[in-house]
Structure formats: structure tokens, C-alpha cells
Design a protein around this ligand. Structure first.
Ligand code: MG
Length: 267
């Protein structure tokens, strides 16, 4: 039997206040934490390395050819929609850093895309600064707004795995690392299912990506959480149709090339 039940309750309440008060006060006094890019980096587990075979990349009869190696007629500079001014030589287009991103003149919803890219021999830098570019499957606004599948030299180049080549940037890690060496052409074959919106503008169904890197499956119909972002959490914003954009990342390392780009729209 307790002699002073009320007193002991009072003592407990007082003790609780005394213990918790300093925590509450110190949390209030701490400066607000700004989100940092490192908070959304994932480094483990590292996808296993798979040596790719050769791929058959010829455009099928019903494809829209976006780049056949000779002309940038289907492309414009993202900054101002003027004719795209990346260099075209030897059947490839190559990033010109001073020009910046380029994008398709046309806009798309869902599609199958084939695109080849090459990291130059003698690439320098490391991590995200080694051959960084990207294919924006839907470019939904200024700058790098949209949905990026990463282009990077990920052949024996460590970085956060949700940012390595083939990642859906900071959202989906590729199932394997099927990178070829710098200097060799590599291919993405991608099925992009655009997100849909309800009448009130909220999300109806998410975007889905299926992708092969050099013929090896790296994404098996994965649903996305929204647009890919450098800092913070992804979210969706409504769009109808969007161009495909190729990124000029602006690294000091040598420029990335693309070739043989074709697309089949999906109804
Ligand atoms: Mg990139």
C-alpha cells in the first residue's frame, strides 16, 4: 500500500518535466537543418558486374528516328529552343558544354526508346564527375527538371549506386552493372510509361520504367516516386507530353557522345 500516492505522482510529473525540458529547449535552440545532397545517396548493396554481349540496335520499320548520325534536325537547345548546336561527326553527336542541354523538338507520352552513348577514352575525374550526362525521359521544366536515367562512366568507377550509370537518378538502383569500358559504345533500351493524372491534378498512376543496358535488364517495370531530384525527396507534378532531353552536366572531364537514337510511341 502506498502512503502518499498523490505525492509520488507529483514527484514523477516533476521529474519528467525536469528531464525533458533541457531536450526540448536544446531542440528549439538548434539552427534549422538544411537538406544536403548526401542524405539521399545510397552506397550499398553494389550491383553485381555483368559483362554484356553484343546488341542488335537497328531501328525497326515503325520507329521515329531521332538521330541517324547525320543531322540534329529533331533537336533544339533546351535554353532557348534554337537549333541544337552539339557537334555532329563520324555518325555521333557530342556534348558541347557551352551550349548546355539539348532536347527533342517533339514531345511524347509513353514510348520505347533506343539510345547509344559513349564515354570517351581517357576520361578523367571520379565519382559523379566522370562522364556524367543523362537521358531525361520526360523533361518537364527548366534546367534538369524531369525524369533522368543516368549516363556516367560506371566501369570501375565507384559512386553512390542510386546515381551510377543506368540508375533512375537517386530513385532506382540498376539490377546489375553492365557497363562497357570508356571508348566503347553502350546502349539503353527503355520502355517509358508516362504518369497519368486525375481530373483534379493529383496522380492517377505513377511513371514506370523498364530498361536494358547493353541488352541486360536493369529495371523491371519499376514505379517511380516522382521526378528525379539532386536534393530532397521526389514528387510528381502534372504534365501532358514532354520532350526527351540529353544532359550537358558541365564537368571538366571530356564530353560524352550519343548515336543511333530512335523511338516508338506507345498508345
Ligand atoms: Mg546526369
Amino acid at each position: 500500500m502506498r502512503l502518499f500516492p498523490d505525492l509520488s505522482r507529483y514527484a514523477l510529473a516533476t521529474l519528467t518535466v525536469l528531464v525533458l525540458t533541457p531536450i526540448v529547449v536544446s531542440a528549439q535552440d538548434a539552427p534549422p537543418q538544411r537538406p544536403r545532397p548526401q542524405e539521399t545517396e545510397v552506397w550499398q548493396p553494389v550491383p553485381p558486374v555483368v559483362a554484356p554481349g553484343t546488341t542488335d540496335a537497328a531501328a525497326p520499320a515503325d520507329a521515329l528516328v531521332l538521330f541517324d548520325g547525320t543531322t540534329l534536325d529533331e533537336w533544339v537547345n533546351s535554353k532557348d529552343a534554337s537549333p541544337a548546336r552539339w557537334t555532329v561527326a563520324d555518325g555521333a553527336m557530342t556534348v558541347v558544354k557551352s551550349v548546355g542541354n539539348i532536347q527533342t523538338k517533339r514531345s511524347f507520352r509513353s514510348y520505347q526508346l533506343h539510345i547509344e552513348w559513349r564515354i570517351p577514352v581517357g576520361i578523367t575525374g571520379k565519382g559523379q564527375g566522370r562522364g556524367n550526362s543523362g537521358v531525361f525521359l520526360a523533361s518537364t521544366g527548366k534546367g534538369d527538371a524531369g525524369y533522368e536515367i543516368q549516363v556516367l562512366d560506371s566501369y570501375e568507377n565507384e559512386t553512390y549506386v542510386n546515381g551510377q550509370a543506368g540508375s533512375i537518378y537517386k530513385q532506382r538502383i540498376p539490377l546489375v552493372n553492365a557497363n562497357r569500358k570508356p571508348g566503347e559504345w553502350q546502349a539503353f533500351d527503355i520502355v517509358w510509361t508516362a504518369p497519368t493524372w486525375k481530373a483534379d491534378g493529383t496522380l492517377g498512376s505513377p511513371a514506370y520504367v523498364t530498361a536494358f543496358h547493353n541488352g541486360v535488364l536493369i529495371h523491371d517495370h519499376v514505379a517511380l516516386d516522382g521526378e528525379t531530384v539532386f536534393i530532397g525527396k521526389p514528387s510528381y507534378k502534372p504534365y501532358d507530353r514532354a520532350p526527351i532531353m540529353l544532359q550537358s552536366h558541365g564537368d571538366p572531364s571530356e564530353p560524352i557522345s550519343f548515336r543511333n537514337i530512335w523511338l516508338r510511341e506507345l498508345k
